[in-house]
Design a protein around this ligand. Structure first.
Ligand SMILES: [Zn+2]
Length: 164
């Protein structure tokens, strides 16, 4: 992810503080362990911002994702979601977040089976980030288990950076 892209996320986080906000991450997987975030999509007009919850405007996000897909010559796709946890001291996903992530992977229109879930936590002037690579792992005799692997954020000067 580029410094510029992270700055856009922080700007949006500041603007809505103390309410949550979020959107979608667009880019591509450079290799099995490297996702490159090329663009971020902010909240749509129908998104709902609350102090402890955030509802994505999925229709609006889908239109933005389609637009970037077209503009990038069909190379930049939806790779995950991002949202904020104002005043949180860590970036773990909440129970609701996990449920949403599970549905996201299982939904018919899912664009990825291993979405990145990025959480910006903190407050204006003190935002930190946690990024998770989500996947559903089959479990014998039970419904699948949601696995969340922490990912490392790498920042680059260029317009196109790499987030591991
Ligand atoms: Zn959350």
């Amino acid at each position: 992810m580029s410094f510029h892209t992270l700055a856009l996320l922080i700007e949006e986080a500041d603007r809505r503080y103390p309410l949550e906000t979020g959107g979608a991450l667009i880019g591509y997987w450079g290799d099995a362990v490297t996702a490159v975030v090329t663009q971020v999509v902010g909240p749509g007009p129908a998104s709902d911002h609350q102090p402890y919850s955030y509802q994505h405007d999925h229709l609006w996000e889908a239109s933005q994702i389609a637009l970037h897909y077209k503009q990038s010559g069909r190379s930049h796709v939806y790779i995950g979601d991002w949202h904020t946890h104002p005043d949180a001291t860590f970036g773990d996903l909440s129970g609701t977040d996990r449920q949403v992530t599970r549905q996201l992977i299982k939904s018919r229109e899912a664009r990825t089976v291993h979405p990145l879930m990025a959480v910006l936590f903190g407050r204006p002037g003190h935002w930190d980030s946690a990024i998770w690579v989500a996947a559903l792992k089959p479990r014998w005799g039970f419904c699948s288990r949601l696995s969340l692997e922490p990912a490392k954020l790498q920042l680059f000067d260029a317009a196109e950076g790499q987030a591991n």
